[in-house]
Design a protein around this ligand. Structure first.
Ligand code: GLU
Length: 481
C-alpha cells in the first residue's frame, strides 16, 4: 500500500507554497488509493507553536483535504507529533552508538563557527572535519568526566549516493564532501535528518514528496535509511514556486497563507485548483478543473522540473470563475459577515432581507474574485452615492440631461422595474433622443451608482427599485420636473 505524508513544521501559518506540497501528496494518495498521513515536525521547540498546528489542520480541512492518520485522527503508527516521539529517537540513537554508526561530538558551537570561518577564508568547504570521530579512548574518558555537553553525529561513509527521483530523474551526490552530521542535538532533541528518517521508516512511508529545497538533504536521509536497515522510500522533489521576479515566493509577491486567503473569502476549490496548476497541468491543458476529474489521470512523473511562477491574476481569474458558478445561498452565507462588518446588513441575521441580498450578490459576483470584495461591489446598494466632480459635470451636460430627463419621466410612469421593462424604457429613450450605446448607458449608470463600472444596469435598477432610482436621478436633474 502506498503511504505518503505531509510533514509541516508548525512555525508559522501554512503558506500557499507549502500547502501545495500537501495537495500533491494528497492527490498522489488519492490516485493510488493509498494513505495520506499528517505528521507534525515540532522538534524545534523554540520556534514551534501549538496554535499553528490547530490552524494548519483547520486550513487543510477548509481546502478539502483529509488524512487517514494524523495527530487529530490517530492511527496505528503514532504518535504523529514528533515532540511526542522523543523516546523513539533516543532509543534508536543509542542503537546507532552501540553499533558505532554514530559518536559523541564535544566541539562547541563557538569552535565550530570559528572553523567554518577559517574554511571560508581559505576557500575550503565549511563542512565538519569529523575530528571527534577519531578521539582516543583517553580523550573520550576525559570529555565524559568533564561533563561537557555533546551532540551525536552520524558517521558519513565516503560513498557516491545515486537515486532516481520521480520528477528529477537520476540524482547523484558525493558524500565525501559532506561532514558527519548531527543526529541528536546537545539538548537531546533529534535533528531534522534523524527525526524524518526514523519516522518515515516507522510510519512505513513509501513515497516522500516534498519541495526541491530538500533535495540536498536526501542523500543524508538515504544513508540513515541504510543504517536503519530500511529500503529508502521513493522520492519526488517538487519544483519550488517563485514570484514573478523569479525569487522564492513570499508575502512580498502578494502570496498569502491559506488562512489569509480564507479570510479574504476565496473559495477553497479555486485555491485548490490554482495550487495544482503550480508545476502541473492536465493533459487537455484546461486551467479550470475539479479535483475529482483529474484524480484518475494524475501522474507525478510529468510534473515540471522548472520552478513555477505564482500569478495572482490567474488566481483571481479562477476565483471569479468559481464564484460565478457557486450556489447563491452558499455565497450569501459567506458574504453576510463581510456585509455585517461593513454595517450594510443588520447584525441580527433574521432581520436581513435575504431575497434582496441574493439579488445583490448575483448582480455583483461577476466582478468578484473573492467574497470580501462583496463590500466594494455592493456598496452602491447600501450607501448614498458619492459622485466625483468630473462625473457631476458630465451628468449636467446637455446630452446627459436629455437622457436623464426621459429616464426620470419613464420611472414616474413605471409600476415595476423588471429587466424586461427596463429594456423597454431604454428603447423609448433611445428612440426619442437618438442617443445609443455608452451615451445612453453612462449617464444612467453614473446617476444610479456614481461609478462607470459595476453590475448589469437592469440588475442595479431592479434591486434599487423605482423609488430609489427616482431619488438618485432627481438629484442630477438641472431643471427640476
Ligand atoms: N518539516 C519539513 C518542512 O517543513 C518537511 C520535511 C520533509 O517533508 O521531509 O520543510
Amino acid at each position: 500500500m502506498i503511504r505518503v505524508r505531509f510533514a509541516p513544521s508548525p512555525t508559522g501559518l501554512l503558506h500557499i507554497g507549502n500547502a501545495r506540497v500537501a495537495v500533491f501528496n494528497w492527490l498522489f494518495a488519492q490516485r493510488h488509493k493509498g494513505a495520506f498521513i499528517l505528521r507534525i515536525e515540532d522538534t524545534d521547540v523554540a520556534r514551534s507553536d501549538k496554535k499553528y498546528i490547530t490552524q494548519l489542520i483547520e486550513d487543510l480541512h477548509w481546502l478539502g483535504l483529509s488524512w487517514q492518520e494524523g495527530p487529530d485522527v490517530g492511527g496505528n503508527y503514532g504518535p504523529y507529533l514528533q515532540s511526542e516521539r522523543q523516546h523513539i529517537y533516543s532509543d534508536i540513537c543509542q542503537k546507532f552508538l552501540n553499533e558505532e554508526l554514530a559518536y559523541r561530538c564535544y566541539c562547541t558551537p563557538e569552535e565550530l563557527e570559528e572553523r567554518r570561518k577559517i574554511a571560508r577564508l581559505t576557500g575550503k568547504p565549511p563542512r565538519y572535519d569529523n575530528r571527534c570521530r577519531i578521539l582516543t579512548d583517553k580523550q573520550k574518558r576525559a570529555f565524559e568526566e568533564s561533563g561537557l555537553p555533546y551532540t551525536i553525529r552520524f558517521k558519513v561513509p565516503e560513498e557516491i549516493i545515486v537515486f532516481e527521483d520521480l520528477i528529477r530523474g537520476t540524482c547523484q551526490f558525493d558524500m565525501s564532501l559532506t561532514g558527519d552530521f548531527v543526529i541528536m542535538r546537545s539538548d537531546r532533541t533529534p535533528s531534522f535528518h534523524f527525526a524524518v528518517t526514523v519516522d518515515d521508516t516507522l510510519m512505513q512511508i513509501t513515497h516522500v514528496i516534498r519541495g526541491e529545497d530538500h533535495l540536498s538533504n536526501t542523500p543524508c536521509h538515504i544513508l540513515l535509511f541504510h543504517a536503519l536497515k530500511q529500503k529508502p522510500p521513493q522520492f519526488a522533489h517538487l519544483s519550488l514556486t517563485m514570484g514573478t521576479d523569479h525569487t522564492l515566493l513570499s508575502k512580498r509577491h502578494g502570496a498569502f497563507s491559506l488562512s489569509e486567503y480564507r479570510k479574504l473569502g476565496y473559495l477553497p476549490e479555486a485555491i485548490l485548483n490554482y495550487m495544482m496548476l503550480l508545476g502541473w497541468s492536465p493533459r487537455d491543458k484546461k486551467e479550470k478543473f475539479r479535483v475529482e476529474d483529474i484524480v484518475e489521470t494524475f501522474e507525478i512523473g510529468v510534473m515540471s522540473k522548472a520552478s513555477s511562477i505564482f500569478d495572482q491574476q490567474k488566481l483571481d481569474w479562477l476565483g471569479g470563475q468559481y464564484i460565478r458558478e457557486a450556489d447563491l445561498d452558499r455565497l450569501m452565507n459567506l458574504a453576510i459577515p463581510y456585509l455585517q462588518t461593513a454595517g450594510f446588513t443588520p447584525t441580527d441575521e433574521n432581520k436581513i432581507d435575504k431575497t434582496r441580498l441574493k439579488l445583490i450578490i448575483d448582480a455583483a459576483r461577476s466582478n468578484m474574485s473573492c467574497m470580501s470584495q462583496i463590500v466594494e461591489e455592493s456598496n452602491i446598494f447600501f450607501k448614498d452615492l458619492v459622485v466625483s466632480e468630473t462625473h457631476a459635470a458630465f451628468l449636467s451636460s446637455e446630452i446627459s440631461q436629455s437622457v436623464l430627463v426621459l429616464f426620470y419621466r419613464e420611472l414616474q410612469k413605471a409600476t415595476v422595474l423588471s429587466p424586461q421593462n427596463f429594456k423597454e424604457i431604454l428603447t423609448i429613450i433611445q428612440k426619442e433622443t437618438k442617443i445609443g450605446g455608452k451615451g445612453l448607458y453612462l449617464p444612467i449608470r453614473l446617476a444610479l451608482t456614481g461609478r462607470e463600472h459595476g453590475p448589469e444596469l437592469h440588475s442595479i435598477a431592479r434591486i434599487l427599485g423605482i423609488e430609489t432610482c427616482k431619488i438618485r436621478v432627481e438629484r442630477f436633474l438641472v431643471k427640476k420636473i
